[in-house]
Ligand binder design. Structure first.
Ligand code: NAP
Length: 304
């Protein structure tokens, strides 16, 4: 049995020079709690070695209200405990402006970034990401926005999310030399293999992009599988989890990180214990056989 190499606890955020933990914690489900509860979650992530924290201006939006609420809540945590800001690499996103779906025009992103900074009570965010591709904006225009924001010291690095490989490639081509594209953020889990099969992670390898994997548990379905495919994936993960004495979810995070692009799973739980438990992912080692067994369970058919 050949064993895959262990995953280092830290990694570079693409070509940005910024060092981050190999796992991240996300704030999609963060809004709507007290500042004390919010602070406990942030501290749980930081104390368990997670230094990369991911939010977005739209997190908290419920379809009619709440735009900006996750950033506002984080801002209140910072106001109460300013030292927390220095312990993290903070990422946010913009470009979805409800009810108008997507806007990545420089004029809009300028105001969106300023509004994000204002809500969080900070002058600079470490990573700014385009949340979803805006078909109507030329990548050159997006690069122009990023270059200006970087020159003004408002962002430390730049990334994109949910772009198809060709869209990311177009973005790469227009980035200025002093601000390379650093990150991508596709959905990726044992349940969602698109980034593995559609060239997204290969592009990350080719251009040294750090992939941040959203919904690494398929929104929780890996913890609570409901159909035959999900149950088969859970069983393949359980086989490895049992050997290493960790939870199935820790095995799932680790399965994601074992890809040679070392995707960064964004832990989505808003429970202190589950956030802490995520670090168990580093206790897992994979053999080629066990890694492919999860892939096969997800595909629902043998490899060709
Ligand atoms: P996830 O880890 O796939 O799902 C988290 C959900 O699973 C939570 O509701 C959690 O509930 C639940 N869960 C149930 N059992 C669990 C267990 N044993 N351990 C951990 N969680 C369990 O991640 P996600 O929340 O969908 O997404 C993670 C992050 O990805 C987001 O916060 C955001 O930063 C990012 N994201 C980005 C995009 C994008 O378009 N770029 C889209 C979606 C998400 P509890 O909270 O009760 O533990």
């Amino acid at each position: 049995m050949s064993t895959l190499p262990p995953i280092p606890a830290t990694r570079l955020l693409g070509k940005s020079g910024i060092v981050v933990s190999s796992m991240a914690w996300g704030m999609w489900r963060f809004a709507g709690r007290s500042v004390a509860e919010a602070r406990a979650l942030v501290e749980a992530a930081l104390d368990s070695g997670i230094t990369l924290l991911d939010t977005a201006d739209i997190y908290g939006f419920d379809g009619s209200d709440g735009f900006g609420d996750a950033e506002k809540l984080l801002g209140r945590v910072f106001a109460e405990t300013p030292a927390l800001r220095d312990r993290m690499v903070l990422a946010t996103k913009g470009g979805i402006m409800p009810p108008l779906p997507y806007d990545s025009s420089p004029a809009y992103l300028d105001t969106a970034l300023d509004a994000s900074l204002r809500r969080m009570g900070i002058l600079r965010v470490d990573l700014y990401q385009i949340h979803r591709p805006d078909i109507l904006t030329h990548p050159h225009e997006i690069a122009r926005f990023a270059e200006k924001a970087y020159a003004l010291g408002k962002i430390g690095a730049f990334g994109v999310s949910n772009m198809m490989p060709a869209q990311t490639a177009a973005m790469l081509a227009f980035m200025p030399r002093d601000l390379p594209l650093s990150t991508i953020q596709p959905e990726l889990s044992p349940l969602c293999l698109d980034a593995i099969t559609d060239g997204t992670l290969d592009l990350a390898l080719q251009h040294n992009l750090a992939p941040m994997a959203w919904s690494p548990l398929g929104g929780g379905r890996i913890a609570a599988p409901t159909n035959a495919r999900e149950i088969a994936i859970a069983a393949a993960l359980d086989t490895v989890a049992t050997v290493h004495g960790v939870s199935r979810t820790a095995a799932a995070y680790s399965w994601i990180m074992a890809h040679p692009a070392h995707p960064i799973p964004i832990v989505g739980s808003q429970h202190v214990d589950r956030i802490r438990e995520a670090a168990d992912a580093h206790k897992v080692t994979w053999t080629r056989e066990s890694w492919y067994a999860v892939l096969v369970a997800s595909r629902g058919e043998k490899m060709p």
